[in-house]
Design a protein around this ligand. Structure first.
Ligand code: HEC
Ligand code: HEC
Length: 218
């Protein structure tokens, strides 16, 4: 059997995954729950009705949606440096990885050589996994969120020059329906999901737009 580049890569990954698993066994046995953040809840859009001033309500709705937007599951793919990060502490991607011109990785080592269309458990009883989605890629530089305030992210999201040329309706559709965004609620073994449900998140964004899409102070 010929060694294709893919086979070499898969061999390397397997070696890496096995090494990582070894380290994880020890820590997981010591403190099973320490690997995941405690799940935060997400308030419903309806629960903001008591705020009568629309502008104030709009800011409050976006601030609630920020619990998802600024969650590590989203931030890891929306970095400022052109490299993905991992985990709840946003540590550098291991193995070292860069976005490449396309966001799909450097020539010869695309994201898809390791990340497939779905999450793949890597070890034993569903303790760890390689995350996956058909659209897996690094978000473009102008959509960088790490290290920014929620107000700055909000302004970026509204600006067609920094949101991929989207209208607010398209932003809503992306947040509420996009499969890759939805991965945040289904992040695979070993990762805590973002709070609430994608439908609830979509309703917060809907209500935020309907109240004037106001941003928190930058
Ligand atoms: C050589 C294999 C390999 C390549 C290539 C690769 N990754 Fe990964 N990536 C992994 C593995 C393995 C994990 C899981 C690590 C873990 O959870 O401990 C991972 C995890 C991640 C995570 C962490 C998710 C989270 O919330 O913790 C992100 C984000 C990510 N990769 C993005 C990318 C992007 C974007 C690319 C392409 C530009 C890419 N990766 C290319 C192997 C790879
Ligand atoms: C695997 C990497 C990855 C993850 C994880 C990820 N994104 Fe993205 N995101 C992208 C890419 C790539 C684009 C640009 C392509 C597109 O629009 O589909 C993008 C674009 C976006 C946009 C478009 C507009 C803009 O200004 O940024 C929004 C909104 C967004 N993501 C929200 C989220 C949310 C919310 C989460 C977490 C629940 C999330 N993303 C998780 C890669 C990711």
């Amino acid at each position: 059997m010929r060694l294709t580049p893919n086979r070499v890569v898969n061999g390397l990954i397997l070696a890496g995954v096995l090494a990582v698993s070894g380290a994880v066994v020890a820590s997981v046995e010591a403190a099973p729950e320490a690997k995941q953040r405690s799940p935060e809840s997400l308030r419903t859009a309806a629960s903001f009705q008591s705020i009568t001033d629309p502008a104030t309500r709009s800011v409050a709705l976006f601030t609630e949606a920020g619990k998802v937007i600024q969650n590590p599951r989203c931030l890891n793919c929306h970095p400022v440096e052109r490299a993905p990060t991992q985990g709840d502490d946003l540590h550098p991607h291991n193995p070292p990885m860069v976005a490449g011109d396309s966001g799909h990785g450097p020539a010869g080592l695309p994201c898809f050589s390791c990340h497939t269309g779905a999450n793949v458990p890597t070890w034993g009883d569903n303790i760890k996994s390689i995350p996956g989605d058909p659209k897996w890629a690094l978000a473009p530089a102008e959509m960088a969120w790490q290290g920014k305030s929620l107000g700055q992210i909000c302004a970026q999201l509204k600006n067609p020059a920094t949101n991929g040329g989207k209208t607010l309706e398209q932003i809503h559709h992306h947040m509420a329906e996009d499969h890759l965004v939805g991965w945040g609620w289904n992040p695979g073994a070993g990762r805590a999901p973002v709070p609430g449900t994608q439908a609830q998140f979509g309703e917060l964004i809907r209500a935020w737009i309907d109240t004037g899409a106001r941003c928190p102070q930058a």
